[in-house]
Every structure is written in structure tokens, then in C-alpha cells.
Design a protein around this ligand. Structure first.
Ligand code: AMP
Length: 416
């Protein structure tokens, strides 16, 4: 299917072409017709599947068709983090570049007055994090009475981050006659409950379950003693990883420590985590995206929604204790079908985490001992799986990964 066959209007097709997209991703080809036909949508999809365009494109099209001079917000997109909100707004700017629609992003941690001034000019599409949106509504800077399109993005993360009450408050301010699009990577019972309370007779679209995200990224585990992790990282940065690399640490302190360690070795790196100001986080992210900074070190919360085109490497300096987090982390690379590689350091204490990860993704990630800093007890253990595991070598992973900007074929996706 092509974008043209999705009946998108010319200014959107032109923008898509300019972005270099050849064909819609599975979530796009499934969701766009649903949104254009005014139906509510329940999308089970994670970041990296092209889901932002799946809701932005049809909303921009509907707003263009219903162009009105009203200054109030007509489409509201809620995102859990500033980074994701900013990214969605950047996508709106890209896809809407040939349309006269106004859009803005609002999020906390920065001066509210600049945002207020922007809003006063009138806004068609507003992207917001929940807390700042409520602040602005409280200050009577905006109302949601004219919202016809409401998108709740990454609903599961919203709940994880404790936004449920804010969301309920916001929903109570929306007109009941509206179209609602609800996206979540996972659908635990409390998400289903929230979805049921927001959606009317929704169409359901589901793509790329968590376990298959892991299939397009070549993965390796480096067994190493804890004390040797910094030296191993240095070795990799000096000899193997020539490209941009996103490195995950479990703690903010650990991220800062690594930045200092690398600086002493003349490797410039920056950390993004919750203790950094919004400006510092944005600057580091922009430098990384723009190519000036090759090494970015992040904790999980700060890294949510980071979308860096053509990120080829992710290094897990620490393994996360929740296997889903591992999948989210490695999903930063191999985006939109590009090939990527994830290297994880695993010390003695982290081996149970590795077992949970292998179980979740239903693969045995190959363990590499042949490096300059092998673990003192050569680690060969293969975890006991709950389900039969697929043996996975780097070769098969690379063979499976597709060329840049190609997507999983539609027959690997399901629509319910
Ligand atoms: P998302 O899941 O919305 O975060 O999108 C992931 C990445 O895929 C972003 O870098 C988009 O620019 C890119 N993308 C979205 N749709 C397409 C498409 N149809 N073709 C190629 N790349 C795309």
C-alpha cells in the first residue's frame, strides 16, 4: 500500500515525500483509514513503529478539511514525557509544513510565560504533558471545549509515571463529542479499563509485540566483572563503536560518573537524567541528534521517547532489572526497520536479569567472553526458558534486519 492509496491530501503527501518515507508502516496503513473515518482507535504499538505519523497525518488532514478560524485548541495530544512531547511536535512541524495549521508543545520544567504567549495566538494542535496542561488550564490560558481530536500516547507509561489522576481531570474537561485515539505499548488490565472509559466503540490495531522488537536488533551480552565495566566500555568506544552510541545506566549517579571517567580519557559524553535541567537535557539531546556529540548516557526515564535517526548502537552499561525496560532500551536502535546493535554488560549480580530478558524476548542472547576484560568465572550459562527458546546468533539478527527505512512486512502484524 502507498501513502497515496490512503487518500491523504497533496500537502501531506508532499511532506511525507520530503521526509523520505516510501511506504506507510503497518500501523500507518491500518490506523490512518480508521482515523479518517472518524472512528475511535485503540492502538497497541510502541514507539519506533511509526505510530506518531499514524495519528498526526489523519488529524492534520481532518483539521485542514474542517478549517475554522476559532482560536481554541482543536486537537490535543497528551504524552508522558517532555522528550516525547517535543518529538511529536517536531513531527507535526515536518508533516504539516505545507499546511497553515498552528501547533505548539507545552511541558513542565521551563518558563510558563513563553508558552502562554504562544497559546494566545491561537492553536490548532496542542501537544502537552499532563501536569503543565493542567497548570495552563488553571491559569485560564486555554480551554479544551473545542477539542475534537484527543490522542493519549504511551498510556501505559502515563500510568507508570503516576499521571492517572491528571488524565482523568483532563478528560473531564473535554467535550464528550470527540474522536479519541489511545496508544499503549502494553495492555495490562488497568490500561484496558482506562481505554474502555475513554473510547466509544473503538477499532483496534495491534503491531509489533514487545518480543518481536528485539528481533531486528543484533544483540550481544559481554560477561564482565563489575569493576571492569568502565574499562570495557572504553575499549568498545575506542575500537568497536565508531558511530553514535546511547549508553544506559541504572542510576543518575552512575551516568554522571561515566561522563567524568570518559572525559578523563578524552571522550566527550553528556548525561541526561532527572537531575539535569530541561535545558541541559535538550542541549545534550540536540547535540547528539545533530552529530556533534557521539556519546549520550541516559537513565531510563530520561531516555523515554528519544528518537535519533540511524542510531546504530545501544550499550547497556547496566542491565535493567525489568526485562520490558531492556526491550524499550534496545528499541532506541533499529528504529523504523534500520539495523541496530545492542551490547549489554552483564556482571555476576545481573545474571538473573539476563535470564528474565531471554525469557521475555524468547531468545538466548549470545554471551561474549572473548574480550579484553572477561568475567573472572567464564560465563556460559544458558538460562532456563519458560518457553522453547530460539537460538539467535548475531548473523541471523543481521540477516533479519532490514535496510534503512524499511518496515516489518504487514503479514507480521495483526489487526484485531
Ligand atoms: P515513531 O514510532 O512515531 O516514533 O516513529 C519512528 C521513526 O520512524 C521516526 O524516526 C519516523 O520519522 C520514522 N517513520 C515514521 N513513518 C515512517 C515511514 N512511513 N517510512 C519511514 N520512516 C518512517
Amino acid at each position: 500500500m502507498s501513502f497515496k492509496e490512503l487518500n491523504l491530501i497533496e500537502p501531506l503527501l508532499k511532506a511525507i515525500n520530503k521526509e523520505g518515507y516510501e511506504n506507510p508502516t503497518p500501523i500507518q496503513s491500518q490506523a490512518i483509514p480508521i482515523v479518517l473515518s472518524s472512528k475511535d482507535l485503540l492502538g497497541c504499538a510502541q514507539t519506533g513503529t511509526g505510530k506518531s505519523a499514524a495519528f498526526i497525518l489523519p488529524i492534520l488532514q481532518r483539521l485542514t478539511e474542517q478549517r475554522s478560524n476559532q482560536k481554541e485548541v482543536k486537537a490535543l495530544i497528551l504524552a508522558p514525557t517532555r522528550e516525547l512531547a517535543i518529538q511529536i511536535n517536531e513531527s507535526i512541524a515536518a508533516y504539516g509544513q505545507f499546511l497553515p495549521l498552528k501547533h505548539q508543545v507545552v511541558y513542565g520544567g521551563v518558563n510558563i510565560n513563553t508558552q502562554i504567549n504562544g497559546l494566545k495566538k491561537g492553536i490548532d494542535v496542542l501537544v502537552a504533558t499532563p501536569g503543565r496542561l493542567l497548570d495552563l488550564i488553571g491559569q485560564r490560558v486555554l480551554t479544551l471545549q473545542q477539542v475534537s481530536y484527543f490522542v493519549l500516547d504511551e498510556a501505559d507509561r502515563m500510568l507508570d509515571m503516576g499521571f492517572i489522576h491528571d488524565i482523568k481531570k483532563i478528560v473531564a474537561l473535554l467535550p464528550s463529542k470527540r474522536q479519541t485515539l489511545f496508544f499503549s505499548a502494553t495492555m495490562p488490565p488497568e490500561i484496558t479499563k482506562l481505554a474502555n472509559s475513554l473510547l466509544k466503540d473503538p477499532e483496534r490495531v495491534e503491531v509489533t509485540p514487545v518480543s518481536s522488537t528485539a528481533e531486528k536488533v543484533a544483540q550481544e551480552v559481554y560477561a564482565v566483572d563489575k569493576a571492569n565495566k568502565p574499562k570495557l566500555l572504553l575499549h568498545l568506544l575506542q575500537h568497536e563503536v565508531k558511530d553514535h552510541v546511547l549508553i544506559f545506566t541504572r542510576t543518575k549517579h552512575g551516568a554522571d560518573r561515566l561522563v567524568k571517567f570518559l572525559a578523563k580519557q578524552n571522550i566527550q559524553a553528556a548525561a541526561i537524567h532527572g537531575n539535569k535541567s530541561q535545558n541541559a537535557r535538550q542541549n545534550a539531546l540536540q547535540a547528539f541528534k545533530g552529530g556533534a556529540l557521539k556519546v549520550l548516557i541516559a537513565t531510563d526515564i530520561a531516555a523515554r521517547g528519544i528518537d535519533v535517526e540511524e542510531l546504530k548502537f545501544v550499550i547497556n552499561f547496566d542491565l535493567p532489572n525489568e526485562p520490558e525496560t531492556y526491550v524499550h532500551r534496545i528499541g532506541r536502535t533499529g528504529r523504523a526497520g534500520a539495523s541496530g546493535k545492542a551490547i549489554s554488560f552483564c556482571d555476576l549480580e545481573e545474571r538473573p536479569y539476563l535470564q528474565s530478558i531471554n525469557n521475555l524476548i524468547n531468545q538466548v542472547i549470545p554471551v561474549i567472553n572473548s574480550h579484553p576484560f572477561p568475567a573472572s568465572d567464564t560465563f556460559v550459562a544458558v538460562p532456563t526458558p519458560k518457553r522453547p527458546l530460539k537460538e539467535k546468533s548475531e548473523k541471523t539478527a543481521v540477516a533479519k534486519s532490514r535496510k534503512k527505512r524499511r518496515f516489518r512486512p504487514a503479514n507480521q502484524q495483526t489487526r484485531k
